[in-house]
Design a protein around this ligand. Structure first.
Ligand code: SF4
Length: 465
């Protein structure tokens, strides 16, 4: 993944029953940093009192002052890390969100995107709800606050029944932590345990940093409440067909995480193997675009027998390209972020493996650099099919016309990027997961076929998130 693309993915974390809840949440968010790098926040619950700190910036910056963490007292917490747009409104949109009403305190953190947010907002507006943010997550809080159900748990279930789209949610109440996942399970959400402490996180890598064990996933359509009485589970909606986001495997999630019942590393490696099988090529070396394509590249090398080499060095202090919201900076980023290793590339026929191509502009610049470093031939191999359509379920891709593969065929893209050959993994290959035989995925951005209807007006009416 080289192009600037994704604005909307987030990471959530929750913990119940630990005296250093805020500190552990901070560490958990550190592991989920790759899911969103522009803002972060933690809220704790201390015998009914909520303590919140959130700000723009990466987790290390938001919590750079040790005093900040120590002020977040309490044995339960939730945290969030997200991408957001710049500007004043984005400050308001930093999560977790918190409400206090006559009933109690409640906080929420959300990974996903509601597809009926506009309809719900109009309806709540007309009944007098006042919104403070432009985020669809706030709608969930309003639905809970206006529910007529008697208990807090039932009010949350009531709200969840009204929302559509993708959501992996964690809630903080005065005496419990609650986690819920949409009936299709678009985004991952896992439960872990550290001795007597329960944890919930977008990805299991957040458990590993704490020495916690993975217990199980929150199932699609399931709500789980963790309190002093233990874990209580309830199906708030019958789960229809699962629609796990296949892009989580291809690019988003960390390779050391286990999501949707399988290790990301294993799936990614398999995608690389299939790619080599589908599109063999004669070459001297295979290199990957670091870091997201590394694992698929290893799979490609294993299957093809072509020697794996490190042909590009990534500067890890620049951050993920796509997070940079300014076009002017983006144009500088390739040289800032990657440097070709001339000794490896010179005079060689090179296979370059990447996990996906979005706009193609960055791929083009990188290919030019590899050529300048002396590569004799460049064969670009992509471990996913062409991205031809936007995502409406939590990942804010460019518009359809900005997606390279929606305006060009493979031959044209080959020329545009400047490679000797360009080949993509097929949809059939991508979906062939022998270790997950009963799993169904969302593959809308690759096929244009979405598992649930996208928002009205082709998504233009969707709220900022
Ligand atoms: S459209 Fe693509 S990115 Fe969005 S949920 Fe589906 S597979 Fe994932």
């Amino acid at each position: 993944m080289l192009d600037s693309m994704v604005h909307d993915n987030c990471g959530v974390f929750a913990i119940f029953g630990h005296r250093r809840a805020a500190e552990l949440t901070y560490l958990g968010l550190y592991s989920l940093q790759h899911r969103g790098q522009e803002s972060a926040g933690v809220v704790t619950s201390d015998q009914g009192d909520f303590h919140l700190h959130k700000s723009m910036g990466q987790v290390s910056k938001v919590f750079s002052d040790p005093e900040t963490i120590s002020k977040l007292t309490g044995r339960m917490a939730i945290g969030h890390t997200r991408y957001s747009t710049t500007g004043a409104s984005s400050l308001l949109n930093i999560q977790p969100f918190m409400i206090t009403n006559r009933r109690s305190n409640l906080a929420v953190a959300h990974n996903g995107n509601l597809t009926n947010s506009l309809e719900l907002k109009h309806s709540l507006d007309s009944r007098g709800s006042i919104f403070q943010t432009t985020s669809d997550t706030e709608i969930i809080l309003h639905l809970i606050a206006t529910s007529k159900k008697r208990t807090r748990f039932d009010r949350i279930c009531d709200a969840l029944k009204k929302i559509k789209g993708s959501y992996s949610l964690v809630f903080l109440t005065e005496d419990s932590v609650i986690a819920a996942r949409d009936p299709h399970g678009f985004r991952p959400l896992a439960i872990g345990k550290l001795r007597n402490t329960y944890l919930v996180a977008s990805e299991t890598c957040a458990f590993d940093i704490l020495g916690a064990k993975y217990v199980r996933d929150v199932e699609p359509g399931e709500i789980v409440e963790i309190s002093k009485s233990g874990i209580r589970s309830h199906r708030f909606k019958k789960n229809g067909k699962n629609a796990f986001c296949i892009f989580e495997y291809i690019y988003f999630s960390r390779p050391d995480s286990r999501i949707f019942g399988e290790n990301v590393d294993k799936v990614r490696r398999r995608l690389g193997r299939l790619l080599a099988r589908e599109h063999p090529v004669k070459a001297d070396i295979v290199i990957g675009i670091p870091d997201s394509a590394n694992t698929a590249t290893l799979g490609f090398a294993e299957e093809s027998g072509i020697r794996f080499e490190i042909g590009l060095i990534r500067n890890h202090y620049v951050g993920r390209t796509f997070i940079d919201p300014k076009q002017s900076i983006r144009d500088l980023d390739v040289r800032l972020k990657f440097n070709p290793v001339k000794g490896v590339l010179k005079g060689r026929r090179v296979v370059v493996v990447d996990d996906s191509i979005v706009r193609g502009t960055t791929s083009m610049k990188l290919v030019k650099m590899i050529r300048e470093a002396g590569a004799k031939e460049i064969h670009f191999r992509v471990s996913s099919p062409p991205i031809i359509a936007p995502c409406f379920f939590g990942i804010d891709m460019p518009t359809r016309k900005e997606l390279l593969a929606s305006r060009m065929n493979v031959k044209q893209m080959e020329k545009y990027i400047g490679v000797d050959s360009l080949r993509y993994l097929s949809v059939k290959g991508m979906l062939a997961m022998p270790s997950l035989p009963d799993t169904t995925f969302c593959h809308g951005c690759f096929t244009g076929r979405y598992p649930i209807p996208p928002p009205r007006a082709n998504g233009k009416d969707k709220l900022d998130h």
